[in-house]
Design a protein around this ligand. Structure first.
Ligand code: NDP
Length: 341
């Protein structure tokens, strides 16, 4: 089968493409420019010499017909995974242009394009987020997150980039579900709502200096000043990039998931936990990074992190053996330190 993966230059999308190629799917991906995709394409071709992987350029997914040419050119596409969405901080643009418009219009444009030009597509999966379910950053210590929740944020409450990101993901997922209800297309629609995604990049030699999202925050812990206080920042829940990629593939392979809101997490996480993993596993960092209060970690997670109940998704896949956070963090830093010291 042939799968279209939008945003194929992204951290998570690269893992999705990697999984798909390993499983012998034909992959067509989109990127904003050739400069962005070409090193990746070469790396995928080297890793999977027999694989069928191509990239198409969609320079601006906010344009109404953004994906139409790609869909018309490739009538063999049967599954679509839409991952493209602004996911970094630090765009030098008004918040609406940076986040809301590309997230919402990109999502609607792929759905409309498929309905118009790709009636053969049977399954569409959109990468939404935990931030479409809850407002990460607020006190969630007494919240048990489940996949029926919606972040109540509205655009007029947005004050900064992380609010804008959360609102953009919430609005995009709502827009997708409304389109689906109103238009009743022939394909099924699922969303994958990852928590914070951590782990290595697919290709060692393409590790960017600036890591994204949770990886960036984990990297920040290495810059903290020495302290023996418990490190309470960023209480959240997380998953390895390789696992969340696998759930995107399961979304097209497992019939039960085809119309679901797929939310899964491997564990809770918090600053002190990342420090403990680093201090336990990288003796060369001894004395160079903060230690915090090693023994406080379980209590910090219990007191500060959200709980989660994603059993309904796990039951549909018959259980799942998640990569432990410790492995994600070790793999991330081994790869990062090998390139940047
Ligand atoms: P990346 O920033 O690595 O990837 C984002 C992808 O979207 C890139 O391919 C990027 O293209 C593309 N993109 C961003 N903005 C635009 C735009 N305006 N127009 C067209 N394409 C755009 O982030 P992730 O891999 O982490 O994120 C992938 C998806 O997963 C996103 O939908 C994100 O919201 C979601 N997600 C991520 C989480 C995380 O912790 N990482 C958690 C929950 C959800 P380019 O390379 O050209 O910039």
């Amino acid at each position: 089968s042939t799968v279209l993966v939008t945003g194929g230059t992204g951290f998570i999308a690269q893992h999705i493409i990697d999984r798909l190629l390993a499983k012998k799917y034909v992959v067509i991906s989109t990127a904003r420019s050739e400069a962005k995709y070409s090193p990746l394409l070469k790396s995928f071709q080297k890793k999977y010499p027999d694989a069928a992987v191509t990239y198409e350029i969609v320079a601006d997914m906010t344009k109404d017909d953004a994906f139409d040419e790609v869909l018309k050119k490739h009538p063999e596409i049967t599954y679509v995974l839409h991952t493209a969405s602004p996911a970094s901080l630090g765009y030098n643009l008004p918040l609406k242009d940076a986040y809301l418009t590309p997230a919402v219009n990109g999502t609607l444009n792929i759905l409309k394009g498929i309905k118009k030009y790709a009636p053969q597509v049977t399954k569409v999966v959109i990468t939404s987020s935990i931030v479409a379910m809850v407002q990460v950053g607020q006190d969630l210590s007494s919240t048990t997150i489940n996949n029926t929740m919606w972040n109540p944020i509205t655009w007029d409450q947005v004050e900064n980039e992380s609010d804008a990101y959360a609102a953009s993901k919430t609005y995009a997922e709502k827009a997708a579900r409304k389109f689906y209800e109103d238009e009743k297309p022939t394909y099924t629609l699922a969303t994958v709502n990852p928590p914070l995604v951590v782990g290595p990049q697919v290709f060692d030699d393409l590790v960017p200096k600036e890591l994204n999202s949770l990886n960036a925050m984990v990297n920040m812990v290495t810059q903290l000043p020495p302290s023996t206080e418990p490190q309470t920042f960023f209480p959240a829940i997380s998953i390895d990039a390789r696992d969340i990629a696998e759930f995107h593939v399961l979304a097209i392979e497992n019939k039960k998931l085809a119309d679901q809101r797929i939310a899964v997490a491997a564990s809770q996480c918090i600053g002190q936990k990342f420090l403990n993993i680093l201090n336990d596993n990288f003796p060369e960092l001894d004395g160079k990074i903060c230690k915090g209060d090693y023994a406080s970690v379980d209590k910090l997670e219990e007191d500060l992190c959200p709980k989660f109940d994603f059993d309904n998704t796990l039951e549909m896949v018959g259980g799942y053996d998640f990569i432990p956070l410790e492995t994600s963090v070790i793999d991330l830093f081994k790869q990062y330190f090998a390139k940047y010291g």
